[in-house]
Design a protein around this ligand. Structure first.
Ligand SMILES: [Zn+2]
Length: 205
């Protein structure tokens, strides 16, 4: 692509670094911004910068938050003895959208994936085990997608918790194998949390 402006070229290059955005789309977006009032681009830049510099991760559950403890963990109405283990922030959002779950979460930040070099040490697993060892957790619900990586992660954590006096369960699989939680419809996802089954039972399949 030939640019008459180095500044435009730079903007297009930066925008094109975003996932799913090719150079053509990046150029369209850059030209769109150029046509808009300056104020809009200032707001966009500020929102992006705030996203990166001001958002923190909840000290308790690792959910994105504006405060040290997220609004879910800080809510006195939430049942702190039930902890739902999810892969990432989007899963918390999906489950929250169902309005069927009153417990709290633990965001792992990924799944164990040896091929991509992601081991247990890179995920928020030890803080979960520690939480259980502290004795305030009565039930851990595994809500990872049922891919091979999800199953491996569930099983790894299950083994870590085996000798602790905590109930482990897994969401019922109305959700098909390999489906991501994010894409499950709210009713199905809501039901699958309510009708969760003991984790041991899921191992027999
Ligand atoms: Zn939290």
């Amino acid at each position: 692509m030939d640019f008459s402006s180095k500044l435009l070229e730079k903007a297009v290059e930066e925008i094109a670094l975003l996932p799913g955005i090719g150079k053509r789309t990046a150029l369209r977006l850059a030209l769109h911004l150029l046509k808009q009032p300056e104020e809009q681009t200032v707001h966009l830049s500020k929102a992006l910068l705030d996203l990166k510099t001001r958002i923190v991760f909840c000290e308790n559950c690792h959910m994105v938050s504006d405060t040290k403890i997220c609004s879910i963990c800080a809510n006195v109405k939430r049942d702190k003895s039930t902890v739902c283990v999810v892969e990432d922030v989007r899963d918390v959002m999906a489950i929250e959208n169902t309005s069927q779950y009153q417990g709290v979460y633990h965001v792992l930040g990924g799944k164990i994936n040896p091929i991509e070099g992601i081991g247990p040490g890179q995920l928020n697993i030890s803080s979960l085990v520690q939480k259980v060892k502290n004795g305030t957790v009565e039930e851990v619900i595994f809500a990872l997608s049922s891919t091979m990586e999800g199953d491996t992660t569930n099983f790894y954590i299950y083994k870590q918790l085996e000798n602790e006096s905590v109930k482990t369960s897994t969401i019922a699989r109305g959700i098909g194998v390999g489906d991501e939680l994010e894409y499950a419809d709210e009713i199905t996802l809501g039901r699958s949390i309510l009708h969760r089954i003991p984790f041991e039972n899921s191992l027999k399949n």
